[in-house]
Design a protein around this ligand. Structure first.
Ligand SMILES: Cc1cc2nc3c(=O)[nH]c(=O)nc-3n(C[C@H](O)[C@H](O)[C@H](O)COP(=O)(O)OP(=O)(O)OC[C@H]3O[C@@H](n4cnc5c(N)ncnc54)[C@H](O)[C@@H]3O)c2cc1C
Length: 506
């Protein structure tokens, strides 16, 4: 039985795949508390459809997977960390199988493999057709819940520090009660920030809190201009309603215009070109008021293979051509971290989407995010087992700066859609950067979770807008209409952000 308490060896912020893998690795040996803003199913991990990428067949090898990852990432990747992740793919799948994840198999009991955009080989391991994330989270949660204490619907407002070390968190629960919980080590596994945009695949809690928490705690962030837009969200009259996994295109679906002309016919990889390329192609048609459709008629057994997509079709009454539009999906940048989670702040690790280990470069390869969460989540856990650290005494809570009200979510999204979407230019980026200047430079905090979320969103939006303004080239997901090509002088350059730099005016 888990006894409720306030002092732990390790506090994990986030119960998505990354947080749960860390918890599974350390939960039997250390006292662990794990926070989430909602329930365990309210995570992007739970929503994941396509699957986990891993080179596991005789025809494939980790070097192929590594090459595809670098090509999709426009060579902005960290080569060593990308090799570490892709090499570990086979063992990661084996470990998940041993943990009890029921991946889809053929009649000979071999793992079924899907093919997705920019992968040269079929290597996407999946479960429940297009319900891979749900299968992973249910399995992990069942294992972990016996050993760790879950604080669901408890939002972390700030990270507490003492003598430069992270030693705890300040939280607020659903009833509005403030708590201080202490731990020798804090693991940030807070996921991404798709909710900064009006059209997104992300769950409602993905407001970029982790980037803001880390920034205020003194962490260095980088590559925030690289936000991936998934090309195929299901388009409705009022916006979008969920993701159509690109595994559907891997199974034969094709993008067509209203006149049934194939949109990607001239690209060497056709409908399976990189996400950045396909998202721009769709955006360029839609910005002129015309629709783009995904023709699913070539896909055999759609309902059995992609039950989630089939149910969307049923709800909206479509059978063959589904209207699609791009939406914010994944933040490639984040808190600079090593594969074992280490950041520049003592006592703070980062893992999963919130971390920037450099494996996604300027554009993430499909299905590499779940792989990253499993492989690096395991490394973070192992490192914590080696040296868990000790709980410190009386952390000092920073006194809250009396803050003006941050912009509303609607205002934030309006500015971000306009300036930081699929295509960008100097003038709108400059306006966005001005709009968020106050929140970015002052990093305000509040005890009201709704206000705090808006402070976090404005701070992260400010980082994205400033980074996108500074990078005067186009690379991967970052496309500047006024600088439409790659510039060699930006190769291997990462823009970094930290509260120290901001205070010093750099
Ligand atoms: C619809 C969809 C489909 C996808 N499909 C795939 C796929 O097939 N393959 C793939 O590799 N990737 C896919 N991705 C991307 C992938 O799912 C995510 O990048 C990955 O799951 C992130 O995992 P995570 O553990 O880092 O974060 P998440 O799963 O997003 O979990 C974040 C956790 O942090 C908590 N949290 C955040 N802020 C706070 C706070 N202030 N206080 C307390 N808790 C907090 C949240 O409540 C949540 O529990 C998909 C994403 C989406 C949205």
């Amino acid at each position: 039985m888990v006894v409720r308490k306030d002092v732990f060896d390790v506090l994990i912020i986030g119960s998505g795949l990354a947080g749960l893998v860390v918890a599974e690795t350390i939960g039997r040996h250390l006292d662990v508390g794990i926070f989430s803003k909602g329930e365990t199913t309210d995570t992007n991990s739970y929503r994941a459809q396509g699957g986990v990428a891993a080179a596991i067949t005789k025809e494939d090898c980790w070097e192929n997977h590594w090459r595809d990852t670098l090509e999709a990432g426009h060579a902005h990747n960290d080569l060593d960390n990308t090799a570490t992740m892709t090499k570990a793919g086979r063992d990661a799948i084996q470990m998940l199988v041993e943990w009890g994840v029921l991946f889809d198999r053929d009649e000979r009991s071999h793992l079924k493999l899907g093919k997705e955009g920019a992968h040269d080989y079929p290597r996407i391991v999946h479960a429940g057709g297009d319900r891979t994330g749900a299968a992973l989270i249910h399995t992990l949660h069942k294992r972990v819940r016996k050993h760790v204490q879950f604080f669901n619907e408890e939002t972390v407002l700030s990270i507490l520090k003492e003598k430069g070390n992270c030693v705890g968190v300040k939280t607020v629960n659903k009833q509005g009660n403030i708590h201080f919980r202490y731990g020798a080590h804090i693991v940030l596994a807070t996921g991404g920030g798709g909710q900064l945009f009006s059209q997104t695949t992300n769950q409602p809690f993905a407001t970029g809190d982790g980037y803001a928490l880390a920034y205020r705690a003194g962490a260095i962030l980088r590559d925030m201009e690289f936000v991936q837009f998934h090309p195929t969200l299901f388009a409705t009259e009022t916006g979008t309603a969920g993701l159509i996994t690109e595994a559907v295109r891997g199974a034969g679906a094709r993008l067509v215009t209203a006149d049934n002309v194939r949109l990607m016919a001239n690209h060497p990889k056709g409908d399976l070109a990189g996400r950045d390329v396909v998202a721009r192609a769709i955006h360029s048609v839609r910005r002129h008021g015309e629709d783009v459709f995904l023709d699913v008629t070539p896909v055999l057994n759609l309902a059995e293979r992609f039950p989630g997509v089939a149910s969307l079709c049923k709800t909206y009454g479509y059978t063959s051509r589904l209207p699609v539009a791009p939406g914010a999906h994944f933040v490639m940048g984040g808190v600079v971290a090593m594969p074992d989670g280490e950041t520049n702040v003592p006592g703070l690790s980062a893992v999963g989407e919130v971390a920037s280990t450099g494996v996604h470069g300027a554009n993430r390869l499909a299905s590499n995010s779940l792989l990253e969460a499993v492989v690096f989540g395991r490394s973070v856990g192992r490192k914590l087992l080696e040296r868990p650290g000790k709980v410190f005494g009386n952390p000092v809570e920073q006194s809250l700066q009396k803050s003006p009200l941050p912009p509303t979510k609607f205002e934030i999204r309006q500015v971000m859609d306009e300036a930081c979407g699929v295509t960008r230019d100097e003038q709108t980026l400059r306006e966005a950067s001005d709009f968020f200047r106050l929140s970015f430079q002052s990093s305000y905090e509040s005890d009201d979770p709704e206000i705090q979320e808006r402070h976090n969103m404005s701070l992260v939006a400010g980082m994205i807008a400033n980074a996108a303004l500074k990078r005067t080239e186009s690379r991967g997901s970052h496309y500047r209409e006024d600088h439409p090509v790659k510039d060699a002088s930006w190769q291997d350059v990462s823009l970094t952000w930290s509260i120290k730099q901001t205070k010093e005016g750099n």
